[in-house]
Design a protein around this ligand. Structure first.
Ligand code: OGA
Ligand code: NI
Length: 350
């Protein structure tokens, strides 16, 4: 039954598992109160710079040493860039987008089988907002998260997207590894010894941002940085992703480019590189006329890895700005609070 009061909207979206997709499908005249962000958490469009953009790096010739150099330079300056001609076939990208739409189009009875309460495995979870039990104001996003490195769980992945997710992850792995290798090269670190630390655990999210009434009052995803080493994100052609330029407190729009992948540095790599590579703060605007999807793959350390500035980075006498922390403690800290920009990093600061 359709909800009638604000409390009912939260219950409808969160507890009953309809998500914001369910709310969007009601064609409400106004945004429910639970989704109205305080002014400081909305995306202030007057602070979005049109003139600037993050680098777009052509990966067609991996023999060219300039490619690795551009990647390391972009990670230092921006923490964000896009890659084109990366070798992941366009059909694979289209198929996983199609599969994402198919999953979210399922009737709610099918989708709730994957909520935390009902999912047969912790490695597959359908959520709305970021932390619906903690977020005071909810985010306008539903997402299915799958710990893909837990291969045993694959029998429980939704059949609506399983094959396509597997293929996308498999085809992207080479590129992710190559990028991390280029980034390690920029630190004079040998990738072979660090591969399991940088990508010991991988997760994919299928993000769904349905059409939102009063999008200017809401947020798709609040300001945050990722806890990953590296994030590899496919977005559709709707747009909405913005990154924060810290020095000037302005936002830069990340324009959709067909076939491109958005790459960003996560907190783990900022810590490992002792701050040389930046995990940029980002957010996603809600949209009043189009549904949007995105599909990030997160390369993460394993939960039982200790992360801290790499000894190779400190060899030249550089002072460590981060401590060594257990990665699972870092991630737990991230999931204890609503999105709050880059504050998670304080957990690891000296
Ligand atoms: C995320 C995220 C951005 C997007 O899932 O962590 O920042 O464009 N997504 O959906
Ligand atoms: Ni993110």
């Amino acid at each position: 039954m359709a909800p009638s009061t604000t409390d009912d909207y939260r219950h409808f979206a969160v507890t009953k598992g309809h998500g914001v997709k369910g709310l969007s499908d009601l064609h409400l005249g106004a945004l429910p109160e639970q989704y109205i962000q305080p002014v400081e958490e909305r995306l202030d469009m007057t602070k979005v710079l049109k003139e600037e953009s993050i680098p777009v790096i052509d990966m067609s010739n991996l023999e060219d040493p300039k490619v690795a150099e551009q990647i390391a330079a972009a990670a230092e300056k921006w923490g964000f860039f896009q890659i084109v001609n990366h070798g992941v076939p366009i059909e694979v990208l289209e198929n996983v987008q199609e599969a994402t739409r198919r999953f979210f189009a399922l009737p709610v009875e099918e989708k709730i089988k994957f909520t935390q309460e009902q999912s047969p495995t912790n490695s597959v979870r359908l959520t709305t907002s970021f932390l619906p039990k903690i977020d005071k104001v909810l985010e306008w996003k539903d997402y299915l998260s799958i710990l893909v490195s837990d291969k045993k769980s694959s029998e429980f992945w939704p059949s609506a997207c399983k094959k396509e997710v597997m293929e996308y992850v498999e085809k992207s792995e080479f590129v992710m590894k190559w990028l991390l290798k280029a980034l390690m090269q920029g630190l004079n670190v040998d990738m072979d010894s660090k591969e399991s630390l940088l990508m010991g655990s991988t997760r994919i999210n299928l993000n769904y941002y349905p059409v939102c009434p009063n999008p200017e009052l809401a947020i798709g995803v609040g300001r945050h940085s990722d806890v990953s080493s590296l994030t590899f994100l496919l977005q559709d052609n709707v747009g909405g992703l913005h990154i924060r330029k810290m020095e000037t407190d302005t936002w830069i729009y990340v324009p959709p480019i067909t076939g491109a992948i958005v790459i960003n540095i996560g907190d783990a790599l900022q810590i490992l590189s002792n701050g040389k590579y930046k995990s940029a703060e980002h957010c996603v605007a809600a949209n009043g006329s189009h549904n949007r999807i995105s599909v990030p793959i997160f390369a993460n350390p394993s939960p039982d890895d200790i992360i801290g500035p790499l000894p190779e980075v400190l060899k030249n006498g550089e002072k460590p700005i981060y401590k060594h922390v257990l990665y699972s403690d870092y991630v737990k800290h991230f999931y204890r609070k609503s999105h709050d920009g880059k504050d998670t990093l304080d957990f690891a600061k000296m």
